[in-house]
Ligand binder design. Sequence first.
Ligand code: FMN
Length: 167
Amino acid sequence: MKTIGLFYGSTYGMTEKIAEKIKIAFGKHKVVLYNVKDAPQEALKEYDYLIFGTSAWGIGEMQDDWERWIFELEDIDFSGKKVALFGLGDQKEYPESFVDGLGTLYCRLPDKSVVVGEWPTVGYKYYFSLADKDGKFVGLVLDENNQQEKSDERIRKWVMQLEKEFV
Ligand SMILES: Cc1cc2nc3c(=O)[nH]c(=O)nc-3n(C[C@H](O)[C@H](O)[C@H](O)COP(=O)(O)O)c2cc1C
């Protein structure tokens, strides 16, 4: 598999910690991490396989740095690329806007046909989520606030899935 560029935004470091775990889970495949707080747009062009990760902040909001960096995606040619998404949220405190940042990130992608890595909604409890599309999440969903013990296994399964879908 080709090298993967993983771009994340993280306010309190939870998404950053997950980004590092995803990198380790890919093992021998190389994953290069970029914090969108200071990532250059040119870095996006270097990778055919991309992973974008964000936490959720308020109704429909991505993590702050993503809110600024999302415009960098607008003139990127996504043809020939594959993009997988992951999102963090808190289903107990925000069940009416659970992982909305992930849903918004998906909405803002100029080309949805390149997205892989959808994830089942089973095992989460929420009333509404922008990331829930036709009964599936548009990417891996993790809740470090309430289901931290499930994250490692979820990451392991998702990475195995991506190893098949990143082709
Ligand atoms: C002020 C505030 C607003 C939040 N809003 C949401 C929300 O609307 N939906 C959600 O699922 N999680 C929400 N969260 C939870 C965070 O997304 C979650 O704790 C996440 O793991 C933080 O990751 P980070 O440290 O990488 O930014 C909110 C947290 C705070 C403190």
